[in-house]
Ligand binder design. Sequence first.
Ligand SMILES: Cc1ncc(COP(=O)(O)O)c(C=O)c1O
Length: 393
Amino acid sequence: MTDGRVDAALVRGPLAGARRSGIRAMMDRAAALEGVLHLELGEPDFPTPPHVVEAVERALAGGQVKYTLSRGTLELRELLAEKVREQNRLEASPERLVVTAGGTAAVYAAFASLAAPGEGVLIPDPGWPGAELATTLLGLRPLRYRLLPEDGYRPDLDQLETLAGDARVLFLNTPSNPTGAVHERDTLERMLEIAERHGLVVVADEVYEDIVFDVDPVSIGSLGSEGRVVTVFSFSKGYAMTGWRVGYAVAPPDVAEAMVQVAETIVACPSSIGQVAAVAALQGGREPVLAMLAEYRHRRDTAVAALREHDLLIAEPRGTFYAMVDVSTLGADSFAIAGRLLEEQRIATAPGETFGPSGTGTVRLSLASPPDVVAEAIERIARVTRGETAVPA
Ligand SMILES: Cc1ncc(COP(=O)(O)O)c(C=O)c1O
């Protein structure tokens, strides 16, 4: 394997020849070095709330370690139906809910259910790499629509309209990885109009719904067209539960049924103890989520101030724990720039182009790392962009 690509002589599947996620590739390279500041991975540094862990310990002792219903336990789906009604204003019953192995499996199952090989999936550029990987793996066609950095990474709706005639699915992500943008109601209304005009189904990835600053997030599925919207959520980010692998989707009943069949094929059912953890998280209330949110806000504010001071900020993140950083003074090739930041400054970042072709000259920082690590990393990046490249003592 060279430059992150697999050997196509051996590997003939749809991902053969595809570049690996630049995030995982950076993690591997960083693991071989000492004293690296890690800002590459989108993972909260908080532990899972203790009451969740305790509930799982009790479940383990009680032997709750068997297969569950493939669409998830009724107990969890009933709680989720209540949550999405109250929090997301989505009409939901347990039949419309599918519990999955993280949001990742929900997106895959949605694409697999909604589109036939060769059909187009509209994907934001820059956007979460998982959407394009799922598209490619399923033999679908990725169609990238631009997010406009100069406009807070709002989607280019004119371009979206042009591409829509060629598509079957419109994938959107708000709050957005890697940009930190949160799409406003009028943007979502216009995206829905485009979907309606062109007969598209919308897959809305809202896995960062709990990490939003200054604005009230809106679910596109609440805007009156639930028959064509699949909404994906997750416990990973808001509850700091990445490793438990629990996500879920709200979908029209027929689509939900098809998604269950896909999930049965790839994972049989979600993790039994993961679902116990999810039930405990929902029953325990939102205090831990809000406490982490307050900390993320503090980190965002600190990082934004430092990035502004050095003229590195592209757009202020209004959600998630990411910020896109302008390092174009170092060139266009973001893989090379991220490699240089790692080798010269011991900072692991995510190369912008891993999120799409528009990511040239940028890297993504994860602000889910401790604040002193983020602050130090920004100082070092500023030093490199000013031309001071010595490895720090
Ligand atoms: C936009 C987006 N969607 C989905 C996921 C998948 O999350 P999980 O499978 O842990 O729920 C991620 C993870 O980084 C993400 O950034």
